[in-house]
Design a protein around this ligand. Structure first.
Ligand SMILES: N[C@@H](CCC(=O)N[C@@H](CS)C(=O)NCC(=O)O)C(=O)O
Length: 216
């Protein structure tokens, strides 16, 4: 039975899962939910997704919420997944570490930035909050730059869940108007490398102008 992914395609957390599915070449059915599509409070959805948020993956009778949990599940169940999430415990633990960092540190600052720049009318933006979140975001990405060193990907030669769970935010961060970014060479090269992947551009590197509170 084909996998089903629930969630609007312009949500970064949904895009994170779409990116891995595209890398793996998995066939799946996509059901738009959330945002202007609504449906998150429907009984049938809440039965699958107790947190009432997207993304949600359905694999037969099995349903799963939380984008990072879904990434791990896919990497362990889909052909080719192991390359993104090797079984060696220490490698896996490091990947987990970056996934936590992506959700707990990078995503937190990203959401502040995104809500100020995209979701808020220009006249209502809190510029000092925006500047602080941008600075913190780049404090976090500098740590990714350190981990990359001279390697193409966080874990070395291969793209893994560590890159997917952190790099999903980079497309919008590097293309948002208004914010002032400082140059971070290794991080920018990593961003360019991600944008060189068809799977990334098809899922993450998509137009998000419709999401702005005021037309650009
Ligand atoms: N920690 C969760 C966060 C899920 C989340 O916040 N989802 C947002 C979209 S990014 C959502 O469902 N928002 C309500 C909506 O889209 O209507 C994850 O990683 O999956």
């Amino acid at each position: 039975m084909a996998l089903e992914l629930y969630g609007r395609k312009d949500s970064v957390n949904v895009q994170k899962v779409m990116w891995l599915l595209a890398e793996l070449g998995v066939d799946y059915t996509h059901i738009e939910k959330g945002g202007s599509f609504g449906g998150l409070q429907e009984e049938a959805f809440l039965e699958m997704a107790p947190f009432g948020l997207v993304p949600v993956l359905k694999d037969g009778d099995f349903t799963l919420s939380e984008s990072n949990a879904i990434l791990r599940y896919l990497a362990q169940t889909q052909p080719g997944g192991e390359a993104f999430y090797p079984t060696d415990p220490q490698t896996r633990a490091k990947i987990e570490m970056w996934m936590e960092f992506g959700s707990l540190s990078i995503y937190r600052e990203f959401m502040q930035i995104f809500s100020q720049v995209v979701r808020t009318l220009p006249k209502d933006r809190k510029m000092s909050l925006l500047a602080m979140a941008t600075r913190r975001f780049q404090v976090h990405t500098r740590l990714i730059g350190g981990a990359l060193n001279d390697n193409p990907w966080i874990m070395g030669e291969n793209l893994t869940l560590a890159d997917i769970a952190t790099g999903v935010y980079m497309f919008r961060f590097s293309t948002l108007p208004v914010i002032k970014r400082v140059d971070q060479g290794r991080v920018q090269s990593w961003g360019v490398r991600m944008q060189g992947r068809q799977a990334y551009m098809d899922t993450v590197g998509t137009d998000y102008r419709h999401m702005f509170a005021a037309p650009l």
